[in-house]
Ligand binder design. Structure first.
Ligand code: ZN
Length: 128
């Protein structure tokens, strides 16, 4: 838990990328919520019309959107956690083993919390 391999400019670049991604996800989640409301209204119409195929299509679309919203939400949680680590100075250290995550990995995936070795182990355990 001492030095990280990130330079100040890399840290600022990653902070910028994370802030941008956070705003993007917040916007997407806002849109997803509006979509859900629209689908609910359409579903009521569909029930009145008793158009069962149409209704099934709309339900399927809503399920896909829910899955996307869940993914966006999970990513938002990861992005916020990364920003918190930037603030407390632990950013760039693997949250499992404390070793540097690696600059290349962070540049590719700024919200990465674990080094590649620990990430592989976590995925083998069924975590993300
Ligand atoms: Zn690790």
């Amino acid at each position: 838990m001492n030095t990280t391999p990130l330079s100040d400019s890399q840290r600022e670049q990653l902070r910028g990328a994370l802030e941008q991604r956070k705003q993007q996800l917040l916007a997407e989640l806002g849109e997803a919520q509006r979509d859900t409301l629209a689908v609910a209204t359409n579903r009521a119409d569909a029930e009145r019309l008793d158009d069962r195929k149409d209704q099934a299509d709309r339900m399927a679309q809503a399920t896909v959107r829910d899955a996307e919203a869940t993914r966006d939400h999970d990513e938002l949680v990861a992005v916020r956690a990364a920003l918190a680590r930037l603030a407390d100075g632990s950013y760039g250290e693997c949250t499992d083993c404390g070793q540097p995550v690696g600059v290349a990995r962070l540049l590719a995936q700024p919200a990465a919390a674990r080094c590649i070795a620990c990430q592989s182990k976590a995925e083998a355990r069924g975590e993300r």
